[in-house]
Design a protein around this ligand. Structure first.
Ligand code: AMP
Length: 286
């Protein structure tokens, strides 16, 4: 019932976010969750509700590849990829009133306050709605239980993909990460060759090198240093890992162990999602 009334809510998501923030307390949200979310259903990835577009979430440690895979799926499915980390970095570079305070928090690997994140996110959703966007693939959000609870108040999430990779590889990937300062695309200069040990298989990943026109414009994120990456991992385990269980108990979590780099992982991910690259493209054109 709750799910149905939520779907029928006439207001755009961005507005609901604002209302939800101003009118609900965490306690109220928690009681709502307790009374409405005892249903356990199996997600049906291949058959999205026809009345609206995909509403997906990507979870996973820093450096796991959320941005890479969420952006590929966004192109494939025609839904916007919304990364709160990107929104935060845009705010940082805008030299707005928040930017100095935010820079300090982000560069220490800490989380920005839920309020700031909700503000950035509802602005982004509002801008998208006015351009006729529908659906989303969220990346880097929700990152706390409170964020997940508020998201649940305003949207019915179809599927949560939890990407996983061994921790030594995560750190190496963050250190090799580069961003084109002009187009914003992500690349990686690391050549990863993690040995098999303690029963874990080895893993190798080729670098993801930029095209020539991006190569001279690459920048490294200030929070991609070894020290800050380790802090971000610690913060993930403390604050964000509980979000995995939150969605697991709703039956929405799909765990996905990345088998390697993009060439090995992308086809396997599509298979796990019951999506076929060529078919989706055809139906998108039709
Ligand atoms: P990311 O690009 O996802 O690694 O995000 C970069 C930084 O932005 C994080 O380390 C946080 O400081 C901040 N940030 C991004 N998303 C969130 C969120 N949902 N909640 C709190 N802080 C966030």
């Amino acid at each position: 019932m709750a799910a149905i009334t939520r779907l029928l809510k006439p207001s755009p998501l961005s507005l609901l976010f604002k209302q939800s923030l101003s009118t609900t307390t965490t306690a109220a949200i928690v009681s709502d969750i307790e009374s409405h979310h005892h249903h356990h259903h199996t997600p049906n990835f291949s058959d999205p509700k026809p009345s609206r577009n995909f509403q997906w979430v990507f979870l996973g440690c820093p450096g796991v590849g959320k941005g890479t895979y969420a952006s590929r799926l966004s192109n494939l499915l025609g839904v916007p990829h919304i990364a709160t980390g990107d929104l935060v970095r845009e705010e940082l570079s805008s030299s707005g009133p928040l930017s100095r305070q935010l820079t300090e928090i982000v560069n220490q690997g800490k989380l920005v306050s839920d309020e700031i994140i909700f503000n950035l996110l509802s602005k982004r959703l509002e801008a998208g709605e006015s351009k006729g966007e529908s659906g989303f693939i969220l990346d880097g959000f929700p990152r706390t239980i409170r964020q997940a609870e508020i998201l649940d108040e305003v949207a019915e999430i179809d599927l949560v993909v939890n990407l996983k990779l061994r921790e030594d590889v995560l750190v190496e990937k963050c250190l090799g990460r580069r961003i084109c300062s002009q187009c914003g695309k992500g690349f990686n200069v690391a050549s990863i060759n993690a040995k098999a040990e303690n029963g874990r298989p080895g893993m190798s990943m080729d670098p993801l090198l930029p095209p020539q026109h991006c190569a001279s414009k690459l920048i490294t994120r200030a929070d991609d240093t070894e020290h800050v990456v380790k802090e971000r991992l610690r913060v993930y385990y403390e604050k964000s890992q509980p979000v995995e269980d939150f969605y697991k108990s709703q039956g929405k979590l799909m765990e996905f162990d990345l088998p390697g780099g993009i060439p090995e992982s992308w086809p396997k991910l599509l298979e796990a999602l019951n999506l076929d690259d060529s078919e989706v493209k055809r139906s998108a054109v039709a």
